[in-house]
Design a protein around this ligand. Sequence first.
Ligand code: 57M
Length: 358
Amino acid sequence: MLYHFLYPLNADLILFNVFRYISFRAIMATLTALMISFLLGKPLIDYLREFQIGQMIRDDGPQTHLEKSGTPTMGGVLILFAMTFSCLLWARLDNIYVWVVLGVTLSYGAIGFLDDYLKICRQSPKGLSGKQKLGLQLLIGGLVGFFLWMDPSFRTTLAVPFFKHVQPDLGFWYPVFAALVIAGASNAVNLTDGLDGLAIGPVMICGATYLLFAYVAGHLKLAQYLQVPYIPGSGELCVVCGAMLGAGMGFLWYNAYPAEVFMGDVGSLSLGGFLGAVAVVTKHEILLAIAGGVFVIEAVSVILQVASFKATGKRIFNMAPIHHHFELKGWPEPKVIVRFWILSIVFALMAMSTLKLR
Ligand code: 57M
């Protein structure tokens, strides 16, 4: 919004020219969202405590988690508010991609909100059914894919990391693929969100990676030089990614071990949807499997565990998702968290290396 009000003033005062730059607005969006989530975090936690909006803990999980019972949840509302407010302030509101990504994030947040709300009303760990959640996620993802597909300038080819000449064209099937990417990312982040700060750390690292890719994809010369698909307007997603980073940092301040608040499904589903949407818009969908490698590992551990248990009655891991396996092996929670963050940074670097290794 500020861009639209303040940039035109540059004719009178050259200082206002700075509002033109994506880099400046991305930094300001990060700082604004950080300040909002940092300042509102404490009052929100007090409010959630007062109204007893606390986490039900399943008694079949690691025993160390039982003492987390009653920790305020639905902190994702804070992330979404800070991120949206900051975006509205700093992003160009005439950019369709900003609305697409914000739309996915907020609508996935609404699904998560409903799920959390039902859990709290029912005083049980059961909210929406898995099928209901997945159905809504796929529907929204499919609609977004279809909307993008309708634009004749939008490419339905995929960029395959490391292989610049391999560009499969999905054509008519692109909306289905987009739905799977967005819903898949959302669920993988949700599965990862089981230890203090475990989800938000890798979400921020992955978001920062996509900030870079959005910048490159939206910059004609850079995109040509690095031979990535040029997506006019996608650079504005740097501001959205920046807002997410700031909101995430403010949330992590309170979610860091020992957590004062959990993000809830409202946070995990929306942030995963956000990553999926950014990957789709920047046309780096497959890269998400590398940049979000930690989420892939968590999701695959669940698939393998469930498949093995159904087929043989035996478990591969002490418990899935895999972070519980390490906890049960005796690793203290902060050690698991920080090691997964390190892994996430390695995956981000691998993703960035695809800009050159191709
Ligand atoms: C949600 N949520 C946490 C919190 C957070 C198919 C199956 C593998 C699904 C999986 C599952 O339900 N995953 C999705 C994971 C929960 O956190 C809440 O949920 C929100 C995210 N959706 O924001 O509101 C618990 O996680 C802990 N937590 C923290 N710090 C945080 O910052 O400590 C969360 C955030 C919280 C808290 O304890 O209560 C969750 O785990 O429920 N199910 C599982 O993960 C279960 N695994 C399982 O059943 N494994 C089976 C196989 C066959 C599937 C096995 O290995 O045998 C585990 N989860 C729990 N207990 N709680 C195991 C049992």
